[in-house]
Design a protein. Structure first.
Length: 403
């Protein structure tokens, strides 16, 4: 169902919209109240009057406020109930009663409804009453009537002032909004800058970790390439270092050769009847020289049918030790491949340990040989000082030179 429209302004009227029926249509409440149909009159009678008019007739009255006031006073005058007037109109001298809805000025002067219509105060009774409460009749005459102006001009000035104030408010609102947006952008830029900084730092740390990881990978690859692997340990023969192969960190430096004091072979076996035959701990003291090769499955001339454990326990200068385990499982035949391979690895480890000690001995002998001339000079000084005899000096010199 199409909504009905106001016959004056054309506005669509909803269910709750204020409306006034006329002979040939409907007029909205805004048009009726803005034109001031109900002030200073009997409202029941004015409603009946509206029912008898057409849209065109109502529009004519709205466009002519003076005629509207005359019609209102004729068809629906306000009832005074024999009450005395409250004042006289400052322009025409007409009696004004309380129910006439007159216009009261600042100095308690009044304007009747006819004069209000004559000087266009009825175009907006709200604005008219507000303006009148701040001005006198003399102000109105001096600044407007004497210059050929009426309240329509005042209304225009008020509207312009309101528009100016609204424009200033909008300007200030936009300034505040612009400042707010500026601060938001600054905060956003700072936030983005901080985010980029954090991302850059994360990327830097990632690259550092990646570089460290790659470096460690290369170092471990180099260790593998330069070392031999036995029982969980890498032996770098030339650098005289042992590295442990750990589960979580890969290849880690363990000990230097000069931290090793001695070693012993840890060997356990049994015969076919599960009898424990021997537990051998062949000792090879690094400081005392090589221990020699170990023969698989033999101890004191006895032959063992099975080997259960085989390894080298290496003792360190700090009192600790660790084992290079080459075999650790049950029922390995002594003449089988696994045992032979384990003993081969055992002899290789022993050979490495013995070679390191042999190198240390050569270095010590070289150092002793290098120190001989200094010792001879020292004893020569003792001879020159008469502290020792020539025979004693010669004997010591031959001793130092190994003659």
């Amino acid at each position: 169902m199409a909504k009905k429209k106001c016959g004056i302004c054309g506005k669509e009227l909803g269910f709750w919209s204020s409306r006034y029926p006329v002979k040939d249509g409907i007029i909205c409440g805004d048009c009726i109240h803005t034109a001031d149909f109900f002030n200073g009159v009997n409202q029941t009678r004015i409603n009946k009057f509206l029912d008898t008019q057409t849209v065109a007739e109502i529009k004519e009255l709205i466009d002519n406020p003076e005629k509207l006031e005359k019609v209102k006073q004729k068809v629906a005058p306000a009832k005074h109930y024999h009450l005395p007037p409250i004042a006289k109109c400052s322009f025409c001298g007409r009696d004004i009663y309380r129910g006439d809805a007159p216009l009261k000025f600042k100095n308690s002067e009044y304007l009747c409804r006819d004069c209000m219509a004559k000087y266009k105060f009825t175009i907006s009774t709200v604005r008219a009453h507000t303006w009148a409460s701040e001005h006198t009749i003399a102000d109105f005459k001096e600044h407007y009537l004497d210059k050929g102006k009426d309240f329509a001009d005042i209304y225009s000035e008020i509207e312009q002032q309101i528009q100016k104030e609204e424009a200033e408010k909008e300007k200030q609102r936009q300034i505040k909004q612009a400042e707010k947006e500026k601060q938001r952008q600054i905060k956003q830029a700072e936030k983005e800058k901080q985010r980029q900084k954090e991302e850059a730092e994360k990327e830097k740390q990632r690259q550092i970790k990646q570089a460290e990881k790659e470096k460690r990978k290369q170092e471990q690859a180099a260790i593998k390439a330069e070392s031999v692997y036995y029982g969980g340990y890498y032996f770098d023969i030339d650098k005289r270092k042992i590295y442990a192969n750990t589960a979580f960190h890969g290849i880690e430096f363990f000990v230097n050769a000069d931290e090793i004091t001695s070693y012993r072979v840890n060997e356990k076996g049994h015969d076919k009847n599960k009898h424990h035959v021997f537990t051998r701990a062949t000792v090879g003291a690094i400081i005392a020289g090589p221990a020699g090769a170990v023969i698989a499955g033999t101890t004191g001339g006895k032959i063992n049918e099975y080997i259960d454990e085989l390894g080298v326990i290496i003792n360190l200068t700090d009192g600790g030790n660790f084992e290079v385990s080459l075999l650790n499982s049950k029922n390995n035949k002594a003449d089988g491949f696994l045992v032979k391979h384990a003993y081969s690895n055992l002899n290789h480890v022993i050979a490495i340990l013995d070679s390191w000690k042999a190198t240390e001995k050569v270095v010590e002998d070289t150092q002793d040989s290098t120190d001989a001339p200094a010792e001879i000079r020292k004893y020569k000084q003792l001879l020159d000082d008469g502290i020792i005899t020539k025979e004693e000096f010669e004997a010591k010199k031959k001793q130092l030179l190994g003659l």
